[in-house]
Design a binder for this molecule. Sequence first.
Ligand code: PMP
Length: 352
Amino acid sequence: MSRLWSEMTRRTEPYVPGEQSGHTGIIKLNTNENPYPPSPKVTEAIQEEVSRLHLYPSPTADGLRRAIAETEDLTEDHVFVANGSDEVLAFSFMAFFDPGRLIRFPDITYSFYPVYAKLFGIPYKEVPLRDDFTLDIAGFEQSEGGIILPNPNAPTGIYEPLDGIRKILEANPGRVVIIDEAYIDFAGPSAAGLISEYDHLLVTRTTSKSRSLAGLRVGYALGRPELIEGLVRIKDSFNSYTLDRLSQSGAEAAFRDAAYFREMTDKVLLTRSRSADRLGKLGFRILPSSANFLFCRHPGMAAEQLYSELKERGILVRHFSRPRISDYLRITVGTDGQMDQLIGVLHEVLAE
Ligand code: PMP
């Protein structure tokens, strides 16, 4: 720590993402990426866009926003885009949460929320999940400064039906409620359908999971035009372009290829249910997943040991040393072949 750092830099605890692997041959099931490459239309669009790289990108990303709006049955002024939903979330904290007012999020949730809250000096209260890891809806009533929660939750994968989300919205008029839907395409209906009813609802999404574009860094938010204008105001103060040409054209092509999206999502869902069955047969207890990962524990071996045994054998999964979930592993749903290898290795490890 340098004494030249600002107060903000000093109080910031950086977010530590899952390990990236530089090795080929490693099976990477630790950061919830899609195991399938993006649509061939994405490759074509990016290749074509290369010839235009001498020109600045559209600061308003109109083509991409139009494609997203059409997919969601909304108009473009309901759509905001930025570099990954992590950046969308950072802009949202700045645009809608105030340093003097307590926001709320679940105690077991996406670990970026406390990082941003501390960075921007926003006080927060963590609302404990119930014993079965579902949301305690009553704990989110009448927040002072706003709410943020993922649906499905991360890293549990549990989906909260829209009735619960509606209750939270009803109990927090005048404060922004952010529903982080990074994994919604593997789950039930989206809260985006409630935007016409609630002016304080912001839904954030990513192309990193269901659209296979984690490497392109494109996230987006859906909400009423007045909320979206707030985000644009913040974004323009940092970097008016935000998304480069390749990201805009590649992501637009992904949204235009609905058939590929459905095919890949269906494949992941099929592998998820097969893998859950097979892990169950090995003795794992698995939380009901509505995401592209399985959150599970084995009564016969500590999660940390399982994590290390798998890593030694070339398979990366995620282990969190946080209280209450340190018994669990989060395993991304890979291809059928990758999951076969995982099950084979687990079989050996657990039999030893
Ligand atoms: N929200 C949640 C709940 C996530 O798990 C993730 C991915 N780790 C993100 C947001 C960020 O996704 P990205 O920045 O890749 O769009």
